[in-house]
Design a protein around this ligand. Structure first.
Ligand code: ASP
Length: 325
């Protein structure tokens, strides 16, 4: 079967953020993701859905999980995958994003997956390129596939998202993961709480429609899911916390603080983790509590679902007719 013969899933030909997605679109992506979990667990993991298609990974920031899972997702669906080595390419010689875009355009990719330090970079590329663009993280703005894989992990573990209380804790200010998760979880009917010191909460947090706590024990009380975030030191322009030791004391997840959450609460982390800073090792490594490894598995599955969904759109709008002026 080719993507052309399948029912469309997404209205748009790009995935730039959770903003703009609808509940039926998300539910469809989850259902498709479930089928790709099964495919990824099978001995023969390969399908021909994206045969003949080219996927380019363009990562301006370091990535372990996201880049490799997009690569695996593309390959499992039969696409040719190119990982652009940003550090050794003209990009490191000062080529602008727009120049890079026109170079890439000439290579005629079908899907570009981009991670960039600036908010809005993926959206800019989507306007300049003829192919589908997937945002794999733009500054502190959005990281839609991370939120989708997190929500799919929750749905598989607890059977639903609606009505659950999810506490997102840590460096909310610099986190695109938090922003995408707040949007997605709220849209799917969860009750979202943010827990952070004032210095790591965005000024506009009051307008997110979530509950805000500066005390871990209060914020964790009765939570079904505890999502820990890394201190994003690379985005910090000054001193946001007195020391990492002190941070762990007040905001690091240990057994004592976790005991305030609902019994059996699940712990998540998008990675990379800083053990002993935002999370204690014995929690991160406890398979009865931590679903961190499952998040990685869902990452490949949901990215397969996203590539599949975008390919269905490509089939409706072949590259030749999508040219930009
Ligand atoms: N991997 C996630 C991101 O790219 C989270 C993190 O880096 O802390 O945003």
């Amino acid at each position: 079967m080719t993507s052309a013969s399948l029912t469309p899933i997404l209205k748009t030909s790009h995935l730039l953020g959770i903003e703009g997605l609808s509940v039926p679109e998300v539910t469809h992506l989850f259902d498709l993701g479930e089928s790709y979990v099964a495919q990824s667990r099978a001995q023969d993991k390969k399908a021909a859905l994206l045969k003949g298609r080219t996927l380019i990974n363009l990562f301006y920031e370091a990535s372990t999980r996201t880049q490799s899972s997009f690569e695996l997702a593309g390959k499992r669906l039969g696409a040719d995958v190119l990982n652009m080595a940003v550090k050794t390419s003209s990009v490191s010689k000062g080529e602008t994003l727009i120049d890079t875009a026109s170079t890439l355009n000439a290579m005629r990719p079908d899907i570009l997956v981009v991670r960039h330090q600036d908010s809005g970079a993926a959206e800019l590329l989507s306007r300049k390129l003829d192919c589908s663009v997937v945002n794999a993280g733009d500054g502190a703005h959005e990281h839609p596939t991370q939120a989708l894989l997190d929500a799919l992990t929750i749905r598989r573990r607890l059977g639903r998202i609606e009505g659950l209380t999810v506490a997102i804790c840590g460096d909310i200010l610099h986190s695109r993961v938090a922003r995408s998760n707040i949007r997605l979880l709220a849209m799917m009917g969860a009750r979202v709480r943010l827990i952070a010191p004032r210095t790591l909460l965005p000024a506009e947090a009051d307008r997110f429609g979530v509950e805000i706590f500066t005390d871990m024990k209060q914020g964790l009380a009765g939570a079904d899911i505890v999502m820990m975030l890394r201190l994003q030191l690379e985005r910090m322009t000054g001193a946001f916390i007195p020391s990492t030791r002190e941070y762990f004391r007040f905001y690091g997840l240990d057994r004592e603080k976790l005991s305030f959450a609902k019994p059996g609460a699940l712990v998540m982390h998008p990675g990379p983790m800083n053990r002993g800073v935002e999370i204690a090792s014995d929690i991160a490594d406890d398979p009865d509590i931590s679903v961190i490894a499952e998040q990685v598995e869902m990452g490949v599955a949901i990215r397969m679902a996203v590539l599949d969904a975008l390919a269905r759109g490509l089939a409706r709008n072949p590259t030749e007719s999508r040219g930009h002026a």
